[in-house]
Design a protein around this ligand. Structure first.
Ligand code: PMP
Length: 364
């Protein structure tokens, strides 16, 4: 079987030309006589790779000079702990917006850490009572006057919703961008800290990217492990221990691909076009339902269902027989989810919509 359209939420599809380039360089990276996976992270050749990956992040995302770019491990989930362990050490108060599954998890982790240190975590807003069908608006946010930060999850991978504004707050804004980073331009200067697990739009799993403003590199809460201290990671250029070397190299290739194909503005235009193919169809039929309000729809993760669990299961099964995979929705939501990250070609979305039309005809 050849390659199929992989709609996985993560780890997910990577650009085919990047995979081919990596395959070409697998045994001998640019005349070094070895593959990138086999290299010492302290070697001159590898140093060139990690530094160029950072340069590419800075260039593609327009990251200002007063921010560090860190290449960490432990996934975005480790950031749920690192953020409070480091940032609560100033005033000891932080605000969280709960807009879905991962923002709730990050809040639960922060509460644990805050409780152990006598610090305070407030819920600035939540749409849980509405089954996370929308993102809280700016004027709903109850902000603490002395908060060390406000935490948001910018794109809800499971529910398929996304912020359509950047909260304007006094405190540093901390954003989990795991499932939307590199999908469109962002004004990094509006954020104090951005983090993302790599396994959607950046690279294979095993790498977590953190973009942190210099003034947030202060001493963490007492007892914070060295590896979980931003200031230590920054001072050591993400080389306090062995970083996720191959994923960092893959990130470099993906960033070069983004730049070659027009950068983040062009990426956004392509993503909008792809998402419209699916949303326009969903809006034109009553057979499929969506649970997210229009203004908060995600371009990356699109959720829908037929309103009938048996039919949903049939959809997933039959789509798998038609060159598509991973269309089953997350168990927390049910139904279907199409994750159409940067690397998903428009042809993949068109293939899905053609299948959806056929399925509707056969089952309505
Ligand atoms: N945040 C978001 C928005 C996610 O989508 C995910 C994973 N899908 C996570 C956090 C957790 O990431 P990880 O598995 O890298 O810890």
């Amino acid at each position: 079987m050849g390659r199929i359209y992989n709609f996985s939420a993560g780890p997910s599809i990577l650009p085919e030309e990047v995979l081919k380039q990596a395959a070409d360089e697998m045994l001998d990276y640019q005349g070094s006589g070895m593959g990138v996976m086999e290299m010492s992270h302290r070697s001159k050749v590898y140093d060139g790779i990690i530094r160029h990956t950072e340069e590419m992040f800075r260039k593609v995302m327009g990251i200002p000079d007063n921010y560090k770019v860190l290449f960490l491990q432990g996934g975005a989930t480790t950031q749920f702990a690192m953020v409070p362990m480091n940032l609560l050490a100033k005033n000891g108060v932080a605000d969280y917006v709960l807009s879905g599954n991962f923002s709730t998890k990050s809040w639960e982790q922060a509460v644990k850490i805050a409780d152990a240190h006598g610090k305070t975590i407030n819920v600035a807003a939540t749409t849980k009572a509405e089954n996370f069908a929308r993102i809280p608006a700016q004027n709903e946010l109850k902000l603490s006057p002395n908060a060390d930060y406000l935490h948001i999850c910018e794109n809800n991978t499971i529910y398929g919703s996304k912020y359509n504004y950047v909260p304007d707050v006094g405190a540093p804004l901390v954003s989990d961008m795991s499932s939307c980073i590199l999908s469109e331009p962002v004004d990094v200067a509006k954020y104090g800290l951005i983090y993302a697990g790599a396994q959607k739009n950046i690279a294979p799993a095993g790498l977590t990217v953190v973009i942190i403003r210099d003034d947030l590199l202060y001493d963490p809460l007492p007892g914070t492990p060295i590896m979980l201290t931003y200031a230590v990671q920054a001072k050591n250029d993400s080389m306090y221990n062995t970083p996720s070397t191959y994923s960092i190299y893959m990130a470099m290739l993906v960033l070069e691909w983004i730049e070659r194909t027009g950068g983040l503005s062009a990426m956004k235009a392509r993503n909008e076009e792809k998402a419209a193919v699916l949303y326009d169809y969903l809006d034109s039929t009553d057979f499929y339902k969506t649970g997210i309000v229009k203004e908060n729809r995600s371009m990356m993760n699109i959720t829908f269902n037929t309103g009938n669990e048996d039919l949903d299961a049939k959809f997933v099964k039959e789509s798998a027989a038609d060159k598509m995979s991973n269309l089953k929705g997350h168990r927390a939501v049910g139904g279907m989810r199409a994750s159409i990250y940067n690397a998903m070609p428009k042809a993949g979305v068109e293939h899905l919509v053609a299948f959806m039309k056929k399925f509707e005809k056969e089952n309505s």
